[in-house]
Ligand binder design. Structure first.
Ligand code: AMP
Ligand code: MG
Length: 403
């Protein structure tokens, strides 16, 4: 009986519907790089918390705005960090440093570079030599007010960490790292430290999947390679499922005589959500759950593994982290003719995206089949081709996304 394959959009819906919350934890802001915020973040104080000078110079009052000669208050310098009530009277100015608290009754700061100092009758007189265009004061709460939103839920980058720290966040509530096991299958898969024997290939999938998931707030471990042996596969899967939130196993999930992964997953009680989708590459993809644990069995060819990860597994992980999966495609102009015969599946093609003047354009790259790892070297995007679409002429508008 011919199998009917699920449309990738429906598969993605099932993936998202079955995602889980794997918990939160509080960690120091010093260690939160690339972790995911649980909630939006709000200002704990006004920024700046007090009105301050943005220049090294002299502070004076608004009523003196049009004067250009002032008597300096002697023996007083307002430096950053000083809290001192200083009374500045009309006609006077006081020396102030960048970041220092502006005296209550002052409104302007004249930068030191645009002043001259001279002595007159035992007093120090400051003459202004050029008119300021702004007041050189950053008013309390001018940037943000207490309670304003300062960050959306997101992966934390150094710039975001500056915001957290600047607003006094010492600890921050982030999503717990998701524990991920990566397993490779296949008698032909050689360990990277060994030299290749006849008929063997190196394992390209596991290092890719470990690094990809590590960059998505996961604790990822390579559990090793298993041969195409029912017991080996079952024992390894059982241990990996027991110890992790997500298991990614690649290879052995297709229709071959030695593809035991599907059978062993069912024997272990994994509840099949789907097996087989109308996606190219990636047709054999399996997704199942055992309680809160998720298992994705990815096709063995590396480009297939990669694409199914990008489209399905990444969406699962992002949803578990409380983030919106980025499944938005953008429009670009095809710079080459694209041809295909098989139109029964939604196809994802690794491509090179570039700007032709200001237009985002798509260059096809040498990509013979889904085992062709080297096609990745030029690829920085994915071209999506819908079911039923065959040839697409150069100059057509197509759907793409960046990798
Ligand atoms: P399978 O899905 O097990 O039939 O594998 C499909 C193809 O992918 C075969 O040519 C395998 O040799 C290859 N393959 C399977 N696993 C890996 C891997 N970890 N790294 C690179 N290629 C693989
Ligand atoms: Mg295999």
């Amino acid at each position: 009986m011919a199998r009917t394959f699920l449309h990738p959009d429906e598969a993605l819906e099932l993936v998202l519907k079955n995602s889980e919350d794997y918990g939160n934890e509080k960690i120091s802001v010093l260690n939160c790089y690339d972790r995911v915020l649980v909630d939006d973040i709000y200002a704990l104080n006004d920024d700046p918390p007090f009105s301050k000078s943005s220049m090294d110079g002299y502070a004076y009052k608004k009523e003196d705005e049009n004067k250009n000669s002032y008597v300096l208050i002697e023996d007083k310098i307002i430096y950053a960090g000083l809290f001192d009530k200083i009374e500045v009277k009309s006609g006077e100015c006081v020396k102030i440093m960048t970041g220092a608290m502006l005296p209550d009754n002052c409104d302007f700061v004249q930068r030191v570079e645009w002043t001259e100092e001279k002595k007159e009758n035992g007093k120090t007189i400051i003459n202004f030599t050029k008119k300021e265009m702004t007041n050189n004061v950053i008013k309390k709460g001018n940037n943000k007010k207490f309670g304003d939103k300062i960050l959306d839920k997101k992966f934390l980058l150094p710039k975001d960490i500056a915001i957290l720290a600047g607003f006094g966040y010492n600890d921050v509530e982030v999503k717990k790292k998701i524990n991920v096991a990566v397993i490779s299958t296949g008698n032909e898969i050689a360990n990277i430290v060994d030299s290749l024997k006849e008929g063997q290939i190196y394992d390209a999938n596991a290092p890719m999947l470990v690094s990809r998931t590590s960059a998505l707030s996961c604790n990822s471990k390579f559990y090793g390679k298993v041969n195409d042996d029912e017991k080996e596969i079952k024992d390894m899967l059982s241990k990996a499922i027991e110890e992790n939130d997500i298991v990614l196993i690649s290879g052995g999930v297709s229709m071959g005589d030695f593809d035991y992964v599907h059978k062993e997953l069912l024997e272990l009680g994994v509840n099949q959500i789907f097996h087989g989708i109308a996606m190219k590459p990636g047709k054999p993809l399996f997704f199942g759950k055992l309680g809160k644990k998720a298992v994705f069995a990815l096709p063995g060819n590396t480009v297939s593994s990669f694409m199914t990860f990008e489209i399905m597994v990444k969406s699962y992980i992002l949803n578990c982290l409380g983030l919106k999966p980025e499944n938005n495609y953008i429009k670009a102009v095809l710079a080459d003719d694209f041809k295909r015969k098989d139109t029964e599946r939604l196809e994802f093609v690794p491509v090179n995206l570039f700007f032709d003047e200001t237009r985002l354009s798509v260059k096809l790259i040498k990509y013979n089949n889904s085992s062709m790892i080297s096609s990745f070297s030029e690829a920085n995007g994915i071209l999506k081709i819908d079911i039923g679409v065959s040839d697409i002429a150069k100059g057509s508008i197509v759907d793409v996304r960046f990798l």
